[in-house]
Design a protein around this ligand. Structure first.
Ligand code: ATP
Ligand code: MG
Length: 177
């Protein structure tokens, strides 16, 4: 389907259960099958280089993966640094939304950044509204703000029924990262 016939969607993966980021990666995988250009902007990079970043590099996949916010601890003494990194991540994502140089943009954990007011929800909303009509966006993370929920075309809330963490089982390679 050409861009003119495409109806760009805003999808939100939220809730307390596991699967928000991995579901968005499933869509990225699917989009590759249609030769789409995919961008993943990662807020709050963790301590491991995740499998998704490895596979993109290993097989030279045409996905641009851009992590932000690594190299410091996420405690209260670091709020300035956290704000700075979130703001950088959002400016980067915003630039590409407005440039419309990708078919699918995944903004991973942006909901958390909005929830903690490290980026401006109204700016995100305004930017989403101004985007090209064919551009698909996926926003992930817990606690999506109400305004974003209202504007989105699709909101999936994943509930945690059980999680191995509750049994003291640590994050497993290939499953969690
Ligand atoms: P995934 O990346 O596996 O799709 P997610 O994006 O839904 O998970 P996040 O909210 O980004 O999950 O959480 C990051 C980490 O927290 C993951 O390693 C995940 O397994 C873990 N996690 C998610 N839900 C729970 C839960 N209910 N209890 C404990 N840990 C959880
Ligand atoms: Mg996640």
């Amino acid at each position: 389907m050409g861009k003119t016939k495409r109806h760009g969607l805003v999808l939100v993966n939220t809730g307390n259960g596991k699967g928000k980021t991995s579901a968005s990666l499933g869509v990225a995988f699917r989009a590759l099958g249609w030769d789409w250009k995919v961008l993943i902007v990662q807020f709050f990079k963790g301590k491991w280089t995740p499998g998704e970043e490895r596979v993109i590099n290993k097989y030279n996949l045409p996905i641009d993966y851009k992590p932000f916010g690594s190299g410091f601890t996420w405690d209260e003494n670091n709020t300035d640094k956290i704000k700075q990194e979130c703001s950088k991540a959002w400016q980067f994502a915003k630039e590409h939304i407005l440039k419309a140089d990708y078919d699918l943009i995944i903004i991973d954990e942006i909901n958390i950044a909005m929830y903690y007011n490290t980026i401006d929800v109204d700016d995100v909303l305004y930017t989403l509204k101004r985007r090209e009509k064919w551009l698909h966006i996926i926003l992930t993370g817990r606690n999506v703000p109400e305004k974003i929920k209202e504007y989105a075309d699709l909101v999936s809330e994943i509930n945690a029924v059980k999680h191995p963490f509750e049994q003291g089982i640590s994050a497993q390679k290939g499953i969690e990262f």
